[in-house]
Design a protein around this ligand. Structure first.
Ligand code: 25A
Ligand code: L14
Length: 336
């Protein structure tokens, strides 16, 4: 791929992730020569601003990718299934945010802090992992290198922005309605009221009783860490938070890792900020991590219920490190 003056398409440019992609391309001075924002016909003709210039949203179609060097996809799995292969055939390299291709053996699934080497074997398409998985593996990788992780038990507290712009609006409207004395709320994105509630249900349920979101955490973790032996047990929960996902993570290691040693390792690891001073009430909070790039870790402590166990609290902005930022970091590896 060229290294300068790239023609970059963003499929889903009007969505929550697409919008973050435009900001991050600009912030990081990614070498964009021309930006081509793509979305559904609902947004055709809409103007967006990129680097101070107006750009017009075009309808995502078979002819969207002529001359495109890099295509960033975040318009849902069904759109990626149809249009990502079209973009690759047209000669673009695709970084796909959806779940469509992540588990395909020939497709690299990349978190730059964890498995940058996997990118080398790409055949035109690189998959960006699930948001909850990305922030967890950034934390797991340095601990795995130090002490080999045998098992992970994770519960997530996921913000509504992961489900898109309409989901953000649904939480806002429901909260407003309930605070104004209404007892019934309108719902369309989430299966139940999300305001003042927690939903143990993200993405669709599978026959095994788990949700797709939970299975993504299990399967994608093994693939990114390149270690099928890591056992993962996940419960994913939607909470009434707008931005940033939080996770309670319990790990069991082969070798004993004390809390102090674990903190030292995490503090030095790439992409991580340790915020762990509970006496002064310092630990990562979604409201502080929203809009930021790193993965924030705190509440690091030994688990006395097993021989070699640790508990961690991990928070990151799901639209940035969980989606748009990670995708652009992948693109940066491509042009390096
Ligand atoms: O299809 P899926 O797999 O179920 O996933 C799609 C949903 O998941 C979000 C996405 O959020 C959407 O809600 N999403 C997808 N991948 C994600 C990821 N990795 C992710 N969220 C987090 N991490 P979104 O609404 O913020 O962004 C959607 C973007 O995709 C464009 N798009 C949708 N359908 C398209 C399409 N582009 C091309 N062809 C299609 N057929 C979408 O553009 C947006 O950029 P848009 O023009 O449809 O959206 C403009 C406005 O319309 C609202 N809207 C979205 N869907 C509907 C809708 N309004 C009415 N009815 C709808 N069904 C959006 O809120 C936006 O303001
Ligand atoms: O697989 O609804 O990347 O919060 C990320 C957002 C799945 C849905 C993925 C959500 C999507 C998820």
């Amino acid at each position: 791929m060229r290294r300068d003056g790239l023609k970059v398409a963003v499929a889903g440019a009007t969505g929550a992730v697409g919008n973050a992609m435009l900001s991050i391309l600009e912030e990081r001075n990614f070498p964009v020569g021309q930006l081509v924002p793509l979305a559904s016909e609902r947004s055709e003709g809409r103007k967006l601003v990129f680097k101070g210039q107006e750009v017009t949203v075009r309808k995502l179609s078979e002819d969207s990718f002529q001359g495109i060097d890099l295509a960033l996809f975040s318009a849902g799995a069904s759109r990626s299934e149809v249009f990502a292969p079209v973009a690759v055939s047209a000669g673009a390299v695709v970084v796909d945010n959806s779940s469509a291709f992540r588990m395909k053996p020939e497709v690299p699934l990349v978190v730059p802090e964890v498995n940058p080497q996997a990118i080398k074997r790409h055949q035109g398409l690189i998959a960006n992992p699930n948001c909850s998985t990305i922030q967890m593996v950034v934390a797991l990788k340095p601990l795995h290198d130090a002490a080999r992780i045998k098992r992970v038990v994770v519960s997530t507290y996921q913000s509504v922005s992961g489900a898109g712009l309409r989901a953000i609006e649904e939480l806002r409207l429901q909260t407003h309605a309930l605070l104004n004395g209404q007892t019934e709320v309108a719902k369309s994105v989430f299966p139940h009221q999300i305001a003042f509630n927690c939903l143990p249900h993200i993405d669709a349920f599978l026959e095994n009783g788990y949700t797709k979101e939970e299975m993504k955490m299990i399967l994608e973790t093994k693939k990114i860490m390149e270690d099928e032996s890591i056992a993962v047990s996940a419960t994913t929960v939607r909470v009434p938070v707008f931005y940033a996902h939080s996770e309670s993570v319990n790990i069991e290691t082969e070798r004993k890792l004390g809390a102090a040693e674990a903190k030292e390792i995490l503090a030095k690891a790439p992409g991580i900020i340790l915020v762990d001073d509970p006496i002064n009430k310092h630990y990562p909070l979604a409201i502080h991590c929203a809009g930021k790039d790193p993965v924030f870790i705190g509440r690091v402590r030994e688990d006395p219920s097993i021989e070699n166990g640790l508990n961690l609290w991990i928070v990151a902005d799901n639209l940035r490190k969980g989606a748009a930022l990670n995708a652009i970091q992948i693109a940066e590896l491509l042009i390096r």
